[in-house]
Design a protein around this ligand. Structure first.
Ligand code: DCP
Ligand code: MG
Ligand code: MG
Length: 379
């Protein structure tokens, strides 16, 4: 499963003026920066990931270029992963990239009809929950499923069974997972153009040309990929989050705002895992790529936005300060010494701390977006 034009789709969802229009995410509207992704309307005009916004605007003058805000997209994926667990067991889910995941449906579906129903439910659920579209590829092995997810984008749903795999066979060989430009060229040398050519090639010749990978490519092409869902084995020892700014900052209030946002985001990540942390490190990277880093200890384990923000404010004063000549380009935040959040549910009667209902607030954010509610702080 893969989101369609992920960042761009989110921005179109959140700003009705962008809907149905060519939108790109990444860089600023002044033409600087790189297109990280583009809406399908912009793609129709030739705008592609990786080109400069300047180049993109030449192809499509009416392009709306919006900056990227990572935490927003990450929060959506976090929600999605949680929601998926309502449909498939936890251990059957693999997040593969920012906007892609695999789910092994075999524990909940014994035949294609049931699998199609489950996948359709998931697709509809994402629509209800986030008002976003994904494209789904459903198949009997991972590499075919991944490929299938791209075939009918956007809002696609493609099923590849043992019976209709000629849909896959007619695709160019570089569509296969792990086959890039260079390998594709060497495949051409062997007269292999399509995935079908590869599936019907001589396995000995492939092994001679590519070594053990030759056998892997051959099996993948034939739908004989037997790899399973990869699970994160160990519980995490730390969590971190970096944010690179489209527009570097140096004014104190801007820096505080950025740091506060990062703190809120990491706290939300902690709460999503129902854990707390005791150690924090803050990194600042400047426009000249130099950086400075500082760590600090929290009095007691927490995932409270305000406690982390207060510590971050102190830590900031220990760092090299940005200035108009040397602006801050990126902030990084890590937390470690993690442990379960035992006080999550029971608000102790004799606890002196004021407890904010963070878990309830997170639910609001999940439903209405990050900016629906924020805890007030004094700077
Ligand atoms: N991304 C990025 N830099 C890249 C490629 C992608 O920052 N070089 C980001 C922006 C994308 C997101 O990752 O929105 C997901 O990447 P995809 O390759 O899945 O592309 P999209 O979801 O944008 O489009 P598609 O509909 O083709 O999946
Ligand atoms: Mg995508
Ligand atoms: Mg993707």
């Amino acid at each position: 499963m893969d989101f369609d034009a992920f960042y761009a789709q989110v921005e179109q969802r959140d700003n009705p003026n962008y809907r149905g229009k060519p939108v790109s995410v990444g860089g600023a509207d002044n033409g600087r920066g790189i297109v990280m992704t583009a809406s399908y309307e912009a793609r129709a005009k030739g705008v592609e990931t990786g080109m400069s916004v300047y180049e993109a605007k030449k192809l499509c003058p009416e392009l709306i270029s919006v900056p990227c805000y990572g935490p927003k997209y990450e929060a959506i994926v976090l929600n999605l992963m949680k929601m998926l667990k309502e449909h498939v067991p936890d251990e059957s889910i693999e997040q593969y990239s920012v906007d892609e995941c695999f789910a092994d449906l075999s524990p909940v579906a014994k035949d294609y009809d049931t699998a199609i129903q489950v996948a359709t439910d998931i697709k509809n659920h994402i629509r209800e929950l986030e008002n976003l579209t994904v494209s789904i590829g459903l198949s009997y092995n991972k590499s075919y499923a991944k490929l299938a997810s791209k075939l009918e984008k956007p809002n696609g749903f493609t099923v590849i069974t043992q019976e209709n795999k000629e849909k896959i066979y007619k695709l160019p060989v570089n569509k296969l997972w792990g086959i890039g430009r260079r390998i594709q060229r060497r495949m051409w040398g062997l007269n292999i153009n399509s995935i079908g050519d590869l599936a019907n090639a001589n396995p000995g010749a492939l092994k001679k040309e590519f070594g053990i990978n030759g056998t892997v490519f051959y099996k993948m092409a034939r739908g004989e990929d037997t790899s399973e869902i990869c699970r994160r084995e160990k519980p995490e020892k730390s969590l971190s989050h970096n944010h690179t700014l489209t527009v570097p900052v140096y004014k104190e209030f801007e820096v505080l705002e950025e740091v506060r946002r990062m703190g809120e985001y990491i706290c939300r990540k902690l709460r999503a895992r129902q854990i707390t942390s005791k150690m924090v490190s803050l990194t600042i990277r400047f426009e000249d790529l130099s950086y400075d880093s500082v760590k600090g200890e929290i009095v007691k384990h927490t995932n409270d936005d305000r406690v982390i923000y207060n510590l971050l404010k102190q830590l900031l004063t220990k760092l090299e300060q940005p200035s108009v000549h040397r602006k801050a380009r990126m902030f990084g935040l890590s937390v470690w010494e993690l442990r379960p959040d035992i006080h999550r549910e029971n608000l102790s009667l004799f606890d002196e701390d004021l407890k904010n209902p963070f878990y309830a607030l997170d639910k609001l954010k999940e439903k209405y977006g990050d900016s629906i509610v924020r805890i007030g702080v004094t700077n």
